[in-house]
Structures are given as structure tokens and as C-alpha cells.
Design a protein around this ligand. Structure first.
Ligand SMILES: [Zn+2]
Length: 210
């Protein structure tokens, strides 16, 4: 368990700032170490520094495991979340692990956020598109954004809702994974700042449910 890490369990340790310095409030780290169960021991060491960057989380443990040749219905994927089974399967290179882990973890957050927060995030995305804002903060969201039709956006179709969910997870990965630069970050600066503000306002109230 990564919770055995002394550094991770030290409540006095100041977590590093997320992407974009100057946040006006502190994001607290998980202190009980019980958030993940590991099928592969090497994941434990990789997870500890990532958790220090995240808001405080609460919820039952999630199992982290490695699965070779992972696919979803669209083709090969780096990881997959199984919300009801509380399990995340990975098939990614170690250098991509932080971004992929945070992305997958925020699939659990999205489910728990509730309709008002999800609709507010969707409204922000709708305004971006209305203003001609192209790009995203990860390919998972970007290819879905590029495939949207006006009917998807206006009708909140399944494609729109999947895009919104992937955008939420990719934005969280950009903010919290400790990966400040990546070839898949194509969203403009102003939109990035609005998303960052949205996340901080929405998540600052307390522990984030997963
Ligand atoms: Zn995803």
C-alpha cells in the first residue's frame, strides 16, 4: 500500500501547487493512505506523489491493476475504469501513468458530482464551442469534440455527454497530474484558465467523493 510511505502520510508536508502557480487555496492530500488497493506493487510508488497533488478524496478503495492489450469499443486504450467494480485497469507506459491515473480517477469523481455540477461543466463547454474555441486537454476529449454535430450539442446526446465526461477527466489530469506540458494540450490559454477556476471553485468545498 502506498499509504505506508512516510512522506505521503506526513500531514505537515505541503503539497506541490497544481499546474499554474498562485492558487488561492490549498489542495489537501489524502492522509489515510487507504484509497487504492494494488494488484501490481510497482504502482504504489508511482501513485504516492500524484496523490499529493490532488484535492482531498473520500470513498471506498479502488483497485489498481495492469491488463495487457486493453481495449474499449473504440479500440486500444491506456486504461479503463470500472465504476461499479471500483477498479481501474492500466495498459500504459510509466511516463504516461500520472496523467492516465488522474484521468481515470476523475471518472469516479464525475459520477459522484451530481447533476448541477455536471450541467455547469457542460454549460462551460457549450460556451467555449459557441465562441469557436477549438482544442482540448487530451486526445480522449479532443477526438470526441471534433466529432460533435450541432444536434449533439443542442440535444445533449450520448456523444455530447461522453465528450463532456472525457473533457472533465482530461482537464483534471492537466491540472493535477504534475504534467504541465504535453502534446495533447491544445486548448487555448483563456479557456484553460476558465477551466482551472471552475475546478477550484467546484472542488474547494471539501473532500471530493470518488
Ligand atoms: Zn476517460
Amino acid at each position: 500500500m502506498p499509504g505506508k510511505s512516510r512522506e505521503w502520510n506526513n500531514p505537515n508536508r505541503t503539497p506541490p501547487s497544481p499546474v499554474g502557480q498562485g492558487s488561492r487555496f490549498t489542495l489537501r492530500c489524502q492522509s489515510d493512505g487507504g484509497i487504492f488497493l494494488f494488484g501490481n506493487r510497482s504502482h504504489g510508488g508511482a501513485v504516492a506523489p500524484i496523490l499529493l497533488r490532488l484535492p482531498e478524496l473520500c470513498g471506498a478503495p479502488i483497485r489498481i491493476e495492469t491488463v495487457a492489450k486493453l481495449r474499449d469499443r473504440h479500440g486500444p486504450v491506456h486504461a479503463g475504469s470500472f465504476i461499479r467494480e471500483r477498479r481501474i485497469a492500466f495498459d500504459c507506459e510509466p511516463r504516461e501513468f500520472p496523467r492516465v491515473l488522474v484521468h481515470e480517477l476523475f471518472h469516479f469523481v464525475w459520477v459522484r458530482q451530481g447533476n448541477p455540477a455536471r450541467r455547469a461543466y457542460e454549460a462551460m463547454l457549450g460556451r467555449e464551442i459557441l465562441c469557436g474555441q477549438t482544442g482540448e486537454l487530451g486526445w480522449s476529449a479532443e477526438w470526441r469534440k471534433n466529432a460533435l454535430t450541432p444536434a449533439d450539442i443542442g440535444g445533449r446526446t450520448r456523444r455530447w455527454r461522453e465528450y463532456a465526461c472525457e473533457s472533465f477527466c482530461d482537464s483534471a489530469a492537466w491540472l493535477f497530474s504534475g504534467t504541465p506540458r504535453h502534446g495533447e494540450y491544445t486548448l487555448g490559454r483563456e479557456a484553460r484558465l476558465r477551466r482551472k477556476a471552475w475546478f477550484f471553485v467546484t472542488l474547494k468545498a471539501g473532500p471530493v467523493s470518488i
